[in-house]
Design a protein. Structure first.
Length: 136
């Protein structure tokens, strides 16, 4: 019995570790759409304990790679679920950052089949902040 418990713990331990950067890079390279966007509207809904549902509306500033008709000036909707932080004492993948209104991002996205919205393609590294909007 002790061996069975020890064996199951050894198998489960790697599942609790943080993901290596190489996996994020592979996911970025495999993403169907790579866009530079400016976020115009963000809605967040809290559900369960520390989880968030994010829905953002963004304007496409430039297109590096696109699987469809995407072009500069298009508007897209991005939807995803994330969490604020992991419970104390646990390890795992980093949360996808919540997009901020007025910020510009390089976005690694994938379009959902048979729908009109996009989701992050590279987990926590799906959005790279480019510039922050400065208000005077």
């Amino acid at each position: 019995m002790k061996r069975l418990i020890l064996a199951s713990m050894l198998v489960a331990l790697p599942l609790l570790g943080a993901l290596p950067p190489s996996l994020y890079r592979k996911a970025q390279n495999r993403s169907s759409d790579v866009l530079t966007i400016e976020v115009k509207k963000v809605l967040t809904y809290r559900y369960r304990h520390n989880r968030l549902y994010v829905k953002a509306r963004a304007k496409v500033l430039s297109v590096q790679r696109s699987s469809r008709w995407m072009r500069r000036g298009s508007w897209i909707t991005i939807r995803y679920r994330t969490f604020r932080r992991l419970p104390r004492g646990t390890f795992g993948a980093a949360p996808i950052p919540v997009l901020q209104k007025g910020h510009k991002y390089r976005a690694y996205l994938k379009r959902q089949r048979h729908s009109w919205y996009y989701t992050p393609a590279a987990g926590a590294r799906s959005f790279k902040t480019l510039h922050k909007k400065v208000r005077f």
